[in-house]
Design a protein around this ligand. Sequence first.
Ligand SMILES: [Zn+2]
Length: 168
Amino acid sequence: MSDVPAGARPVPVPDERSQPYWDAAAEHVLAIARCSRCDTFSIPPDIVCSHCHSTEPDFTFVPVSGRGVVRSWTVMHQSFVPGFDDLVPFVLVDVELDAQADLRMIGRLLDGPEMLDGPEMLDGPEMLDGPEMLDGPEPSLAIGAPVVVAFEDIAPGTSVPAFTLEPR
Ligand SMILES: [Zn+2]
C-alpha cells in the first residue's frame, strides 16, 4: 500500500464505543452492537438500550451477514466532505439489514446506474466484486433491492462498510 495522498478521504476516528465496529470492519466483517439484556441490535449503540431501556445494555458487537434491502437512497451530487469530490455523484443507501426488522444502516452504494459511468469504477478494480458488474444485466437500484455489505479500504488498517447491489 502506498501512502495516503493529500486530500484523501477522512479516516474515521474510532472512539471507545465504536472501536469494535471499526476493528471488525478492518477485517471486512460487519459487526453490529447488540444489547446483552434483550439481544436487540442497535445502530448506533446508545448509552441506554432503545428497546429495553436498560441503562446498562453492555453492548457487544456481533457479526451479521451484512445482507439487507434498500429502503431509500439519496444521490449526492455535491461533496460536503473533503476527499469525496472525485466520487460525486455517489449514492447513499438506507438499508434495512436482515439481522433485525427495522435495523437501518446508511452507507455508500459502490455500484448502481449512476456509478457505472464514473471514472472511479475504473481505478478501483477491487470494488468490482464480480464480472457481473461489467457484463450481463446490471442489478438495478430500487426500493426493496437486495444489497450486501462491501468494504472500502480507505487507508491501511481502515475499512469503511458500504453496500453493493446483489443480482436478483
Ligand atoms: Zn436492550
